[in-house]
Structure formats: structure tokens, C-alpha cells
Design a protein around this ligand. Structure first.
Ligand code: 13P
Length: 253
């Protein structure tokens, strides 16, 4: 079975003390994950080491970064490289979140560079794609997300692609409380899988976990994760509340 993943994306929220308590509260729920399940905590950079040591002894709980820079090293004040993340034991990194694309001008080409740097540092990228509202309203979302995948990922060989994690996050559903319906999510996830299958074959496409993101909540996770091609979620707001994120973890297939 494909990996089923509940990924918390805290974004720029919580103090260190609140972060420690949130991790403790989630781990105190003692949810035993099966071998095909994974929980990721994508935390702000200053909390990576704390989180890594908190999850160290927990089976299939892992820490992730929310971003890395698209250059290897150099005069980029305030930035963090994939190599730095690797050197502190971070094995996962979100790449191409829509907030990074929108507010920090990240392009598909830059994201391809980030993907390469992550992979070169043994970091599994969680690659985000998803369309803005205007594209959804024009009905061209399928081509839009296919291009995001093609431009940032399809230079990679099949054996690498099968190890990636993809997150589909329709921008109109992020932080809006307006979740995609499970039909919309399934339709798009199926489309993404067929785009990968066309390029790399069905076997590879069937191995790639595709997470849904955009107003995943404790009360809708079960239905969303129940869709055949939805392999869990990338969760913003609801991951900041222990009780809610615990329910979301429990909703994994
Ligand atoms: P919300 O769950 O707050 O809508 O955020 C989704 C998201 O952007 C996760 O990366």
C-alpha cells in the first residue's frame, strides 16, 4: 500500500514553548502508526532540532522543513540551504508551497532547483501544486497543475519520482474554510496520478503519495482520506490544535 501521510504545516505560527507543548500533546496521544503511515511536522526553522529530538524515538513520526533555498550556499542573508537541513538530520522538506510561490516569487524553474538540492542531500521533497481560484473558475486547472509537475519534476528519472511526496493544494481552499469536495479532490488526484503515469508508467504513478491540502479539518479528514487517490493531507490551521491534528492522524487509511 502507498504511504498514507498526515503532514502538519505550522507556517509562521507558535512560540517555541507553544510548539513544544503541541508536539508533546500530539505524541502523548500514543497513536501507533502502521508501517505504511507517516506523520510529518513541518515546523519553523528554529524549532527543527527540538522537534527532531522529540520524534526521534517515535515510529514513523518525522520532522520536516517548510522551505529551503534554491542555491547550494553563498551570500543569501537569512536563507537556509538543503545542505544545512541535512546536516541537522532533517529528511523532509516542503517545496513550492503556494504561499512561497505567491509571496516570495518562487517559479517552477526555481522549484526544480530546490528539488534537485533536496534530493542531493537525501531530503524527500513534499512538492506542492495547486491552482488559484481564477484558474478553477476558467476550468483549466488540470493543465495548470500538469505544467507545475512537468516544469519542476519531470527532469527526474523514474526511480527518483517514485520516492517523492506530492501535495495538491487548491489555493482557493487554503485557510478559507472552503474545502474542496471529496469528489473534486479525488478527480484532481486521479488526474495528477495519470499525468505521472503518462510520463513514467502506471507502476511508478501508483507508488507516489498524493496529499490533499486546503482546510483539512478533524471533521472532514476521514471523508477526504477515504478517496482512492488521496493519501492523506497537508494541514495548516487544524495542525495547530493538538486535539484536531490527533483526529486527522486517526483518519489516515
Ligand atoms: P489550511 O489547512 O489552513 O487551509 O492550510 C493548508 C495549507 O496550506 C497546508 O500547507
Amino acid at each position: 500500500m502507498r504511504k498514507q501521510i498526515a503532514a502538519a504545516n505550522w507556517k509562521m505560527n507558535l512560540t517555541f514553548q507553544q510548539a513544544e507543548k503541541l508536539i508533546d500533546d500530539v505524541l502523548d496521544a500514543n497513536i501507533m502508526l502502521s508501517s505504511n503511515q507517516l506523520v510529518l511536522f513541518a515546523v519553523p526553522y528554529p524549532y527543527l532540532l527540538m522537534t527532531r529530538s522529540d520524534v526521534e524515538d517515535e515510529y514513523n513520526y518525522e520532522v520536516a522543513a517548510q522551505n529551503c533555498h534554491h542555491e547550494k550556499s553563498g551570500a543569501y542573508t537569512g536563507e537556509v540551504s538543503a545542505g544545512m537541513l541535512h546536516s541537522i538530520g532533517v529528511n523532509y522538506c516542503i517545496v513550492g508551497h503556494s504561499e512561497r510561490r505567491e509571496y516570495f516569487g518562487e517559479t517552477n524553474t526555481m522549484l526544480a532547483e530546490k528539488i534537485n538540492l533536496c534530493l542531493g542531500n537525501k531530503i524527500v521533497p513534499v512538492f506542492c501544486c495547486g491552482e488559484p481560484l481564477a484558474v478553477r473558475e476558467a476550468g483549466t486547472q488540470n493543465n495548470f497543475v500538469a505544467k507545475q509537475l512537468a516544469d519542476s519534476l519531470f527532469h527526474l528519472p523514474a526511480e527518483i519520482i517514485r520516492g517523492l511526496i506530492i501535495a495538491y493544494e487548491p489555493i482557493w481552499a487554503i485557510g478559507t474554510g472552503k474545502t474542496a469536495t471529496s469528489e473534486q479532490a479525488q478527480e484532481m488526484h486521479h488526474h495528477l496520478r495519470s499525468v505521472i503515469a503518462r510520463q513514467y508508467g502506471t507502476a511508478v504513478a501508483n507508488e507516489v503519495p498524493i496529499l490533499y491540502g486546503g482546510s483539512v479539518k478533524a471533521n472532514n479528514a476521514k471523508e477526504l482520506f477515504g478517496c482512492a487517490d488521496v493519501d492523506g493531507g497537508l494541514v495548516g490551521g487544524a495542525s495547530l490544535v493538538a486535539a484536531d491534528f490527533i483526529e486527522i492522524i486517526k483518519a489516515l487509511k
